[in-house]
Write a protein that binds this ligand. Structure first.
Ligand code: IMP
Ligand code: MG
Length: 185
């Protein structure tokens, strides 16, 4: 795989802005869930891992974490089809728990809508969504978002958990992919 600098169009959200906003989200979540005894953060693999690991260090109320892996059909096309498959389910029984889903990005909304539909059948006490990024103008299905880091334009982004064909998740910032440069590689 080529160096990320060869596909980077621009840095959209630098590291310090990401960290500042995540600190704010952590405080907000800590405040809102101060009376919760059964908070469970559900991270959607793989894109959500960086966000989850920084976010939980800014949450001061007791909570557990669990993971779920989802794939949407048509992966590789950079468009979500609306059909999702669970590759790995939770280990935790979420019945009567306060569940907060932690996602990297909401685009069409199909992935998170399916996850919400599925998890709600398990009767959690509450079910909310926390997403780092929101490509609001791309929404095809309405999604209730309780916590949102940044609204971003309709551009393909990578870094900080988000991949470009599975690479570059380790970058500490959110960058815009220059698809012209990438496709010509
Ligand atoms: P949705 O179902 O269209 O909302 O798609 C959500 C999923 O698509 C996210 O969890 C990401 O895995 C992926 N995705 C959407 N936009 C981007 C992007 O700009 N960069 C990387 N992954 C993205
Ligand atoms: Mg993802």
């Amino acid at each position: 795989m080529i160096d990320y600098r060869d596909v980077l169009g621009e840095i959209l959200i630098p590291e310090d802005q990401l960290q500042k906003r995540i600190t704010e989200l952590g405080s907000e979540i800590s405040h809102d869930y101060q009376d919760s005894k059964e908070l469970l953060l559900v991270c959607i693999l793989r894109g959500g891992i960086m966000f989850l690991s920084d976010l939980v260090r800014r949450i001061s109320v007791p909570h557990a974490i669990d993971f779920m892996a989802i794939s949407s059909y048509g992966a590789g096309t950079r468009e979500s089809s609306g059909l999702v498959r669970i590759n790995m389910d939770l280990n935790t029984d979420i019945h009567s728990r306060d569940v907060l889903i932690v996602e990297d990005i909401i685009d069409s909304g199909h992935t998170i809508a399916s996850v919400l539909e599925l998890l709600s059948t398990r009767k959690p006490a509450s079910l909310n969504v926390c997403t780092l990024l929101d490509k609001e103008e791309r929404r095809e299905t309405p999604v209730p978002i309780r916590y949102r880091g940044f609204i971003i334009p309709n551009k393909f982004v990578f870094g900080y958990g988000l991949d470009l064909d599975e690479y570059y998740r380790n970058l500490p910032f959110i960058g815009v992919v220059d698809l012209k440069k990438y496709q010509s590689k």
